[in-house]
Design a protein around this ligand. Structure first.
Ligand SMILES: [Mg+2]
Length: 119
């Protein structure tokens, strides 16, 4: 069981991820709809893992990831990517993201990826 923090500007995606992850025994300890909100929230919560959407208003996933790396170098981050974002996914992996999940999110595939990186 892991404490997971969900960052995505889509309320529907946040709901889908929450349902799948809690159904698999994980705990959602917070959610944010852009990077700025996420960084603020991370000042007061300590997740085991963050799911981070790439395309978001205000502060996108790559900029958020760069900030997370500076402030919380050991925090596990898994990107959520849409079709056609291969370059951004590669950039994110270089910046230290552990893995990525493709949209549309497929439940079992998503849980496999998450469970690979948490106990
Ligand atoms: Mg998005």
């Amino acid at each position: 069981m892991a404490k997971i923090f969900i960052v995505d500007d889509s309320r529907i995606i946040r709901k889908v991820l929450t349902a799948a992850l809690t159904g698999a025994g994980h705990e959602i300890i917070g959610e944010a709809s852009n990077g700025e909100e996420a960084l603020t929230a991370l000042e007061s919560i300590t997740p085991d893992l963050v799911t981070l959407d790439i395309t978001m208003p205000v502060m996108d996933g790559l900029e958020t990831l760069a900030n997370i790396r500076i402030k919380y170098p050991d925090l596990k981050v898994i990107m959520i990517s849409a079709a056609g974002q291969k370059n951004k996914v590669m950039q994110a992996l270089k910046l230290g993201a552990l893995d990525f999940i493709r949209k549309p999110v497929e439940k079992d595939e998503m849980l496999d990826v998450i469970n690979k990186h948490v106990v």
